[in-house]
Design a protein around this ligand. Structure first.
Ligand code: GDP
Length: 444
């Protein structure tokens, strides 16, 4: 399943993930390659266009989290867009209706309709503990009715006894009636197929629908037929109305174009996929899982997710631990300043505290605004690592160098150092209490 796309996307994205920085040109180049890979996987052109455009926009506007490389961020964006394209949430068969719930299976001959009917029936019986009745409505091919009977026997699922000469609609009505009497929870109607769509087939499907009032109408389509399957779905939906799809032969489909375009083109969810001839070769179609499988980079995706969530918590925790130990150097101060900027600067912080609006105005009048944060951060980043860890070594010549590096002067540096000293003293006092089980303890 999806092997071709896996290989292609893998190598395109691997080329990005290792790099430290990405230019707009790099992203554009990757998008061109992704576009080609999707088209070669037989994904519908309109879907490819939409997909690459969305990824490009997000990749360019993306804010890269500190511990994540830009390429890893692109992987996450591609992943999320794939999930979106596939329909976000996995939707299984819906049984929320009064029993017996009728499931009508439609599709072309040879698509795997009968096999899939039996697979679904078996799953509902064994996993969901439902009592299921299957009925073949294919009156043109007696062998089809016999095939369903045999599959029913194999899977220990009841099948409706055949009465020769009955019309498909009559069989449908009889099946629903028999299920009601027999205490079945679900009825699966396996309708007749044709080699291609024609008018009589559509009329027959509409009649069966009218007589049996199905809760689910599932189109079974061969995934190997690619975009033909997508067009088929569109046709069936227009004429009969479908609630979802089952794509069969996914086990032999290295490209995956039908599975990938179906939702975006038809608006109908792929509910299940057939992955083999055996009775249990049926899987739920979970967009997230499929995207993980295609990209094969689940570790990077979860890394990016976790990093975005954890980064703030981590910083706060590390800072708390240092404070507890009575440590608060200029690196810590810089972290604090950045956190404050993140919260929307002075205005943002004041805005969060009730009654602070007036104070904000006063501070602004006194020339205290967000440019102070920037200046202070500039001063700290002009220091060496040793200076940041131990500000006591900052004598005249060092300050001169820092002032030149940050575009400030000695007075501003002294002001920052004084502020830092006051904060450090305060932290130390609090940390000391913490060691004796005081106020900080409850916070850790
Ligand atoms: P129908 O005419 O639509 O009822 O199709 P059948 O159910 O008779 O299936 C036709 C053939 O396709 C059978 O040989 C099935 O075993 C096979 N088949 C059905 N689903 C799958 C699938 O998901 N994978 C593979 N490999 N074969 C399948």
């Amino acid at each position: 399943m999806f092997e071709n796309l896996q290989d292609r996307l893998g190598s395109i994205l691997n080329g990005l993930t290792g790099r430290g920085a990405l230019s707009e040109k790099d992203v554009a180049q990757a998008m061109r390659e992704i576009r080609r890979a999707l088209l070669e996987a037989d994904v519908a052109l309109e879907v490819v266009r939409d997909f690459t455009e969305k990824v490009r926009e997000k990749a360019i506007g993306a804010q890269v989290v500190k511990s994540i490389k830009p390429g890893q961020m692109v992987v996450k964006i591609v992943h999320d867009e794939l999930v979106e394209m596939l329909g976000s949430e996995g939707i299984g068969i819906d049984l929320h209706a009064a029993a017996p719930v009728v499931i009508m299976m439609v599709g072309l001959q040879g698509s795997g309709k009968t096999t899939t009917s039996a697979k679904i029936a078996k799953r509902l019986e064994t996993r969901d503990r439902k009592k299921v009745l299957m009925a073949s409505l294919d009156t043109r091919r007696p062998a089809a009715q016999e095939q369903l009977r045999q599959l029913g026997e194999q899977a220990s699922v009841d099948t409706l006894p055949v009465i020769a000469g009955q019309s498909p609609t009559d069989i449908a009505a009889r099946a629903v009636q028999a299920a009601r009497l027999g205490g079945h929870d679900v009825v699966i109607l396996d309708t007749a197929g044709r080699t291609h769509i024609d008018e009589p087939l559509m009329v027959e499907m509409a009649d069966i629908k009218a007589r049996s009032n199905p809760h689910e109408i599932l189109l079974v389509a061969d995934s190997l037929t690619g975009q033909d399957a997508v067009n088929l779905a569109r046709n069936f939906d227009e004429r009969v109305g479908i609630t979802g799809l089952v794509l069969t032969r996914m086990d032999g489909d290295g490209r995956g174009g039908a599975a990938l375009s179906m939702r975006a083109v038809t608006g109908k969810p792929v509910k299940l996929i057939g992955t083999g001839e055996k009775m249990d070769a049926l899987e739920e179609f979970y967009p997230r899982r499929i995207a993980d499988r295609i990209l094969g980079m689940g570790d990077i995706v979860s890394l990016v997710e976790k990093a975005s969530e954890a980064i703030d918590a981590e910083q706060a925790q590390a800072m708390a631990a240092r404070m507890k130990a009575g440590k608060f150097d200029l690196n810590d101060l810089a972290d604090q300043l950045r956190q404050m900027q993140k919260l929307g600067g002075m205005g943002g912080i004041m805005g969060m505290m009730p009654g602070m609006g007036k104070m904000k105005d006063q501070m602004a009048a006194a020339g205290m605004d967000d440019s102070i944060f920037n200046r202070q951060l500039a001063i700290i980043s002009s220091m060496t690592r040793a200076e940041r860890a131990n500000p006591d070594i900052l004598k005249h010549s060092r300050k001169k160098r820092i002032a030149a590096g940050s575009g400030t002067d000695a007075a501003q540096i002294n002001k920052l150092l004084k502020m830092h000293r006051q904060m450090a003293d305060m932290m130390k006092a609090m940390g000391g209490k913490g060691k004796k089980g005081g106020m900080m303890k409850g916070l850790m």
